[in-house]
Design a protein around this ligand. Structure first.
Ligand SMILES: Cc1cc2nc3c(=O)[nH]c(=O)nc-3n(C[C@H](O)[C@H](O)[C@H](O)COP(=O)(O)OP(=O)(O)OC[C@H]3O[C@@H](n4cnc5c(N)ncnc54)[C@H](O)[C@@H]3O)c2cc1C
Length: 317
């Protein structure tokens, strides 16, 4: 990649916007094209740093660690929507802690008095929580400051994003058609956003492979409650029964939530495949295409590591 080179980034979710920021700040002339600005899946995320429903492990660890470093820096500025937050992950079946959590600051087993009734193991640690609407706005502002531009439009193909010497494909589930990629599948997730009754700590349950999740993520005045992970479902309509069940699960663990007012329902479909696709190829017309999609339940967690790897691939061309 040379300074001033025209790069089109397809997609304005967390993958596309982070990649666009990295490339624009490296001196490229970046133009983002996306149907949704910002991307709906990214808006629906909770979001906590931590790998979930994503492979391959070695690369996920590397991308995740790099992103963790960046999120720690971003947390110093409240306008980013990133907060370093202490809290508990607990299990009802004495599971060992997730390996990604043990290296986090403040990691320690909970006192049994700290665990909600019915839980047999719990761990306390401090991790970035990201308020996605605020954070995606921050990325858009940062892209603008670096000279990047944004255009709202549905693409019928990746070639439709040209002319450009480089096209970066960050279209999430849209890559099923645009790449095309039959390995991609949706994993539906639903969150309920409520008023914050005074919570400052997160809580999440290690629910293993269950499709019913339990997470409580405070973001200042609001709390994101979750959740679900329904494999191969991409319907984005709110499900009232699911929302009621999420509220009941969360209020059982944190009774103050029983009186919280529901503000919003956020639904998204995690773009999932056997492994994140991050690779470069050359289209028939000579355009360099870099794919950066398929981040499953961890697109926020991996965003900076993946974006910087796209930058490194392009620098090497
Ligand atoms: C309920 C839920 C909770 C989650 N929680 C977390 C969490 O706590 N931590 C975490 O790290 N991750 C979490 N995730 C996962 C994370 O949200 C995703 O991995 C991430 O948002 C994927 O980002 P993306 O930019 O690839 O996709 P998207 O956000 O879907 O963006 C795709 C972009 O491509 C555009 N696009 C697609 N097709 C076309 C087309 N034909 N033409 C033009 N534009 C197109 C879209 O308009 C959009 O702008 C969660 C996901 C869900 C659903």
């Amino acid at each position: 990649m040379t300074a001033g080179e025209r790069v089109v980034v397809a997609g304005a979710g967390v993958a596309g916007l982070t990649t666009a920021v990295v490339l624009a700040e490296a001196g490229a002339s970046v133009h983002v094209i996306a149907e949704q600005i910002p991307g709906g899946t990214s808006l629906a995320a909770g979001a906590m740093w931590g790998p979930y429903l994503v492979e391959p492990k070695d690369k996920v660890d590397e991308w995740g660690q790099r992103s963790l470093e960046v999120f720690r820096e971003l947390a110093e500025d409240p306008a980013t929507g990133v907060r370093l937050t202490s809290g508990i992950e607990a299990s009802r079946t004495a599971e060992s802690p997730p390996d990604w959590a043990t290296a986090l600051p403040g990691f320690q087993p909970c006192e049994s008095t700290e665990q909600p009734t019915g839980f047999t193991a719990g761990y306390r640690f401090t991790v970035p929580l990201i308020d996605m609407p605020t954070y995606l706005d921050y990325l858009l502002r940062r892209l603008d400051a670096a000279g990047g531009t944004v255009e709202q439009r549905r693409l019928t193909s990746l070639a439709d994003a040209g002319p450009a010497t480089v096209i970066v494909n960050c279209t999430g589930l849209g890559a099923k058609v645009l790449a095309p990629d039959s390995d991609l599948r949706p994993i539906r997730g639903q969150h309920v956003v409520v008023t914050n009754p005074g919570l400052t700590e997160f809580f999440s349950e290690d629910t293993g492979s269950s499709q019913d999740l339990l997470c409580i993520y405070p973001h200042g005045d609001t709390v994101v409650l979750g959740g679900t992970a329904i494999d191969s479902e991409g319907d984005l309509a709110p499900d009232d029964k699911v929302a009621a069940s999420i509220l009941a699960r969360c209020a059982e663990v944190e009774p103050r939530l029983a009186e919280a007012r529901v503000l919003e329902h956020r639904i998204g479909a995690r773009p999932t495949r056997d492994a994140v696709r991050l690779e470069m190829e050359r289209a028939e017309d000579g355009t360099v295409v870099v794919h950066n999609y398929g981040h499953g339940g961890a697109g926020v967690t991996l965003s900076w590591g993946c974006a910087e790897e796209v930058g490194a691939l392009l620098s090497a061309t």
